[in-house]
Design a protein around this ligand. Structure first.
Ligand code: PEP
Length: 249
């Protein structure tokens, strides 16, 4: 399966940085050709218009980092899936651990956000992952089972959903799980997905957590790892490009 490499820019970049990063990626695509993976960038919401103006019509797809469950209404500061679609997004990340921790998002909210995204034709990138305490307590697979059961809406398909496994303790820390640990969780998620959809084998499973050009090839070669969700390393065009070129599929 062709890999998806998604860059989560988080709350980084001012407009000139966002435009320069997008331009650099578009130039790399033009000059270097197909890296062998699908590329997606998820800038801060306020940068979507500026970045979208640069990426539109190029191989670099545009995504957002969150959406509200409602289509419109009295939700000050929030952004709907309809607005994201209207701004040129094809994807939206939902349930990132930073949203779960900082904004109290639980599985039910994540599920409703994913459903809202699907309703507007967006592909949701649904994030799951255990904390360090949960990993140390031997609860990883149980936590993932619970998050997958609670965060996936009805009618999940390979076209409308991507699952990202992101151990909370690996995000932004420079620590990564072992290859065996990643493989174990991805195999587990793949088997859980059979309860949700007939095309479970075709759903992309991304690994996220301190992916960089030095470890990407080994991680992306794991069976049932179909791409990466990249934070810090997605802020440098050369690093992100190198990760995109590390996919063997
Ligand atoms: C992320 O934010 O989704 C992430 C994986 O971050 P980092 O690559 O910086 O660990």
């Amino acid at each position: 399966m062709r890999a998806l490499i998604a860059g989560n820019w988080k709350m980084n970049t001012l407009r000139r940085d966002a435009e320069a990063l997008a331009l650099a990626l578009v130039d790399l695509c033009r000059n270097e050709g197909d890296p062998g993976a699908d590329l997606l960038v998820c800038p801060p919401a306020i940068m979507l218009q500026a970045v979208g103006a640069i990426t539109q019509g190029t191989p670099v797809a545009l995504g957002a980092q969150d959406c509200h469950t409602a289509e419109s209404g009295a939700h000050t500061g929030d952004i709907s899936a309809a607005m994201l679609a209207d701004s040129g997004c094809s994807h939206v990340i939902v349930g990132h651990s930073e949203r779960r921790a900082n904004h109290g998002e639980n599985n039910a909210m994540v599920k409703n956000k994913a459903a809202a995204a699907h309703g507007k034709g967006l592909t949701s990138i649904i994030c799951v992952g255990e904390t360090l305490d949960q990993r140390d307590g031997g609860e990883t697979l149980a936590v993932i089972t619970d998050q997958i059961a609670g965060s996936l809406p009805q009618q999940v398909t390979a076209a409308n959903s991507v699952i990202a496994y992101e151990p909370v303790w690996a995000i932004g820390t420079g620590r990564t799980p072992t290859i065996q640990q990643i493989a174990e969780v991805h195999d587990h998620i793949r088997s859980l997905l059979t309860k949700h959809t007939a095309d479970s084998a075709a759903i992309r499973l991304l690994y996220g957590g301190s992916v960089n050009p030095g470890n990407a090839e080994e991680i992306l070669a794991i069976e049932n790892v179909n791409g990466g969700l990249v934070g810090g390393a997605s802020l440098k065009a050369e690093d992100f490009w190198a990760i995109c070129g590390s996919s063997a599929q």
